[in-house]
Design a protein around this ligand. Structure first.
Ligand SMILES: *[C@@H]1O[C@H](CO)[C@@H](O)[C@H](O)[C@H]1NC(C)=O
Ligand SMILES: *[C@@H]1O[C@H](CO)[C@@H](O)[C@H](O)[C@H]1NC(C)=O
Length: 225
């Protein structure tokens, strides 16, 4: 909330701070129901907990399955997100850090290629753009130079005017879209393990709360008999 309040930008829907707030509120609600429900052996809270977890689990499953079968649409949707992140790169420090992290970590530049940085007003390569960064790309696009003593943070300047071969001498030559696809294809095992690691605790929560619910119901039945 602090991260959201202390900046005054209109990047609401793609702001990482907003995503954290939403996930935090949902998690607080669900775990509160589970915790108090188990402590007080309250069937209504336990049922709410079990139902919410099931809902979250099915949503994740649906997203995973749809994302797999509609990979082109998934790519477009992610492209829209990255487009917004590039457009607001200089307005929002969180988005700037996120884009820099993605480009450095995946060794890529832009979404399709480095000329995507023209989406941003500061880097826009249109003639007459008064920005000093016209036709540049951010420093996070730059390939590290081994043994460089003074880091050249301006190594991305003017690369949008260069042709592909020239540009690849100083920056990562691949767009982040292609890089992401390559990464997923070469880390299928890790992606699968991650999905399993995320879903196992949820399934455990659903099963355990159902067991507790039926135990409480049995108890109530034997007492009333
Ligand atoms: C970058 O990608 C755009 C859109 O896919 C394409 O039109 C353009 O030719 C590409 N530029 C370079 C230098 O590859
Ligand atoms: C760059 O700026 C010009 C003028 O503001 C705009 O027409 C153009 O669409 C921008 N380029 C991109 C790739 O968004």
């Amino acid at each position: 909330v602090y991260a959201k309040v202390q900046k005054a930008t209109d990047t609401f829907l793609i702001d990482p701070a907003v995503i954290l707030i939403v996930v935090g509120v949902v998690m607080f609600f669900v775990t509160f129901c589970g915790c108090i429900g188990a402590l007080r052996e309250n069937i209504h809270l336990l049922k709410t907990f079990s139902f919410s977890l099931t809902l979250v689990f099915l949503t994740q499953l649906a997203i995973a399955v749809l994302g797999f079968f509609y990979s082109d649409q998934t790519r477009d949707a992610l492209g829209k997100f990255v487009n917004k992140a590039i457009v607001h790169y200089r307005d929002d420090l969180d988005l700037q850090n996120l884009m820099d992290y993605i480009q450095r970590e995946f060794k890529c530049c832009g979404w399709n290629n480095h000329t995507d940085w023209s989406w941003n007003l500061y880097f826009n390569c249109t003639q007459g753009n008064p920005s000093s960064e016209r036709c540049a790309v951010p420093y996070s696009c730059c390939t590290p130079v081994p043994g460089e003593v003074v880091i050249n943070t301006m190594c991305g300047f003017g690369v949008q005017t260069q042709n592909y071969l020239e540009a690849t001498k100083s920056i990562y030559p691949v767009g982040c879209a292609d890089r992401a696809v390559l990464w997923i294809e070469s880390h299928l095992l890790l992606v699968g393990a991650l999905a399993l690691g995320l879903s196992l605790p949820q399934i455990a929560g659903i099963v355990l709360s159902q067991i507790l619910i039926s135990q409480i119901q049995d108890e109530i039945k034997t007492r009333t008999e």
